[in-house]
Design a binder for this molecule. Sequence first.
Ligand SMILES: [Zn+2]
Length: 489
Amino acid sequence: MRQDIENLINYEIKNNVITKRDYIYVKNQIYGLLNLELDYKEYKPVDILYPSDALNNILDKLEESNMLDGSQTARDLFDSKIMNIFAKLPSTIQNDFDLLKSTNNKLATRNLYEYVTHLNYIRKDRIDKNISFKRASKYGFLEITINLSKPEKDPKSIAMALNSKQSEYPKCLLCKENEGFSGNFSRDSRNQHRLIQFNLKDEKWFFQYSPYIYYNEHAIVFSDSHHPMKIENKTFERLLDLTDEFDGYFFGSNADLPIVGGSILTHEHYQGGSYVFPIELASSLYEKNINNTIFKILNWPLSTIRIESKKKEEVLLFANKILETWKNYSNEALNIKAYTNEVPHHTITPIARKKDNKYVLDLILRDNQTSSKHPGGIYHPHEDKWHIKKENIGLIEAIGLAILPGRLKDELEDVKDYLILDKKLSENSIKHQKWADSFKALATKENIDELIESELSKKFEEILEDCGVFKLNDLGINQFIKYLEGVIL
Ligand SMILES: [Zn+2]
């Protein structure tokens, strides 16, 4: 244990989270928290790759001495207490960030990202376990990640969560009250979580990194108050303003309706980061230049209009027009319907970025109608893809990165055994039978990994096609152009 503490402190000094000057203070604090007796013995630190290399050993020892109950949740709650000893107060982090941002915007975000990663707020050891790959498709490259970073809760943690009182504080996982929050069996701890406060026009907003990053510098910005997501004119304005505020970052929003939205609709927030998503590289099927504002229909499975202009107000003017007309657009021949009675079906998933001094805004048209044939959603993954993914196609997937459930790791091993060794599929994996049979004839021992990856990518491509409102056939493209020209000409 003492050796591990030494290794951890050494790691944080080497990564500039603390300095050598802080050594005695930090050591005393950790020993105090762990109820360990201090002495003058010296330990020679050993380099570690992640904080968890030391933390896991410390937590094991705490379990042996019954300071922890053996559940994963108790471990996660406790290790963030240890890590918080290394963390600066929010005001110091804010001041350092603001100061650096005024001279080097990109470095400010990069440093903050590294800082919270080294603090184990972003559990990089878990994220690095994700399986990720890229494959070519009709629409350019698509990316797949099998998400193994959020481990399934162990039975003990589930039982403790059931028995614990559901707290009303903080109101949700995004609220600013999470900063420094200790957590409990029903709520993740956010001890070493730190926020950056900033203004968008006259509104107060907060910037943070996602603890479950799916791509480089996966950031989240959220509103000061806890209120529901809404796609409106102001959303586009904020997203474009955010690209001014944080150099080199894209910002996008999940749609605000169920089925086509993200997982948290109760708190207004956007996602951003330093990453080139597949949609950014998509070619176009249609282009029109009106006074140096360029309109494109992208060769992308979800129906996407791109507006590019040096003038922010031009982009906003047309984005607003598209939102208003889309909300009321119906096309019987294509089964596109704006409302059922008073219930609206149409919204937009927007993504903003800056490129070559131009503002670029992608507007992905969404429709959340259901039918008796597709009770989960007509423009939602259809049932024949549920063995891979059943969940909503939110912002990140809509722009070309599939986040697939962790269960697939074991299930795909089963599928491989079935394809190569003819071993029967297990009960959990039997849902993949039809899919596996469709490419069984192609499988060899040598190509199996490659084959599974490309078949998964094909499935993702089809999932995205299910979500496209204007299908990319002659009729669909023709009607899509007609709709867009009706708005812009
Ligand atoms: Zn909230």
